[in-house]
Design a protein around this ligand. Structure first.
Ligand code: ATP
Ligand code: MG
Length: 158
């Protein structure tokens, strides 16, 4: 079905706001966007996983930014944080099942103290690829991780 991604993301943020109390999560990007053909529950699950990670692996109080950037053939959505980031050498591996990064020297964000099975991003990858989209991670120049998803934009059909 066809959805407005901004409304979908806002729904996810509204639902998570009570769970992630005290975290500032801001949504950026244009309001007037082309509709995207997607599975609502699958995309909800992807965004929830990415936001859960952004909260789980970053120090309390640091901001999280969700950005929507429409391009010519794709809708880009990103979740950016100010945490330890993901080392370059592991940026592809984190999408493998059960892969977890060891964040040493990051009190409170070490995954020895962080629960998780290492499946979240592998599931995200499967769900995004089911949409013929792409998912990847970059390091931010100012520090932190930025997770991107790109969903194909197709001509709207009823
Ligand atoms: P699960 O999501 O299954 O509960 P998980 O969070 O460990 O467990 P993934 O979501 O697949 O699994 O993430 C894999 C690993 O990537 C994490 O263990 C963590 O080391 C790293 N990671 C993911 N997101 C971030 C982030 N925003 N900042 C830093 N590291 C991250
Ligand atoms: Mg996770």
């Amino acid at each position: 079905e066809w959805y407005q991604v901004r409304a979908l993301i806002q729904d996810v943020l509204d639902r998570l706001s009570s769970l992630f109390e005290g975290r500032s999560i801001q949504l950026h990007g244009p309001r007037d966007l082309p509709p995207v053909e997607l599975d609502y529950l699958y995309l909800d699950q992807v965004l929830t996983n990415l936001l859960e990670n952004a909260v789980r692996y970053t120090p309390p109080g640091t901001p999280i930014d969700v950005t929507i950037q429409p391009q010519e053939h794709e809708m880009l959505i990103s979740v950016a944080d100010r945490g330890p980031g993901i080392p370059q050498a592991e940026q592809k591996l984190v999408f493998d099942k059960f892969y977890r990064v060891l964040h040493h020297k990051q009190p409170g964000t070490s995954n020895t103290s962080t629960p998780g099975s290492g499946l979240g991003l592998a599931v995200c990858k499967g769900l995004i690829e089911a949409h013929e989209g792409r998912i990847w991670v970059e390091s931010r120049p100012q520090g932190g991780a930025q997770l991107f998803i790109a969903l194909p934009l197709r001509p709207f059909e009823h």
